[in-house]
Design a protein around this ligand. Structure first.
Ligand SMILES: Cc1cc2nc3c(=O)[nH]c(=O)nc-3n(C[C@H](O)[C@H](O)[C@H](O)COP(=O)(O)O)c2cc1C
Length: 201
């Protein structure tokens, strides 16, 4: 583990397709090409999920109950240009990645997702990791509902951004919670969702 920090390319604030076109064409396609994706594409996907979108640097791309922001995005990198395989945590305020492991865990992820084969063919698997306490400290038990709802907002933003970049994102809710928690060394945080992303065949 290096704890190395990697500055990401600045995200674009404009695209070529309209929101309506993107919503209309978005589909789950589970056949990935093995080609790598670009670092600027990964940067764009992470920005759409949790990037900073206000001049005061306090608000993010997806809404959050009471702006408590309980989520972290873990990128399990398997084939991204100029990025060594491994696990990276997204740091929204600095628009950078923090390297937390140099291990390529695509085989482990395939097994943890009950052998969904596209998972090991993705260029990157983005895991949505929640610290429920950030929201339940403010909203008590109802905070649990808010965190679960927020996962959908973040995932949808990433899916639509992926479609806009002509990449493919598959939502994966079916996995072994305990094994993924251990693999990513999450301790009290919980993995809620995986997005397997790659090039369309
Ligand atoms: C909460 C949730 C969990 C999902 N989990 C999986 C999964 O584990 N594996 C998978 O291949 N697709 C999964 N999907 C994708 C759905 O199968 C897919 O969205 C659905 O078939 C509708 O197709 P569409 O996305 O092309 O509109 C999941 C979708 C949601 C919303």
């Amino acid at each position: 583990m290096s704890n190395k920090k990697i500055k990401l390319p600045a995200p674009k604030k404009e695209g070529n397709k309209s929101l309506e076109e993107i919503i209309y064409s978005r589909r789950t396609r589970r056949e990935f090409k093995t080609n790598q994706i670009k670092t600027k594409e990964l940067s764009q996907l992470l920005w759409a999920g949790q990037g900073i979108t206000d001049p005061g640097m306090t608000k993010r791309a997806a809404p959050s109950a009471g702006a408590t922001y309980p989520f972290e995005l873990y990128s399990c990198v398997h084939d991204v240009e100029n990025l060594s395989d491994g696990i990276y945590k997204y740091v929204p305020n600095q628009n950078e990645l923090k390297n937390i492991s140099d291990e390529d865990i695509k085989r482990e992820l395939k097994s943890i997702t009950f052998d969904q084969s596209f998972v090991s063919k993705a260029a990157v698997n983005i895991v949505l990791v929640a610290d429920y306490r950030k929201t339940t400290d403010v909203y008590d038990d109802r905070g649990v509902r808010y965190v679960n709802i927020e996962a959908g907002h973040i995932a949808q933003n990433i899916c639509l951004q992926s479609e806009s970049l002509s990449l493919e994102a598959v939502l994966v809710g079916s996995f072994d919670d305990e094994k993924l928690t251990k693999l990513l060394n999450l301790k009290d945080k919980k993995p809620l969702y995986i997005l397997s992303i790659g090039k369309i065949k």
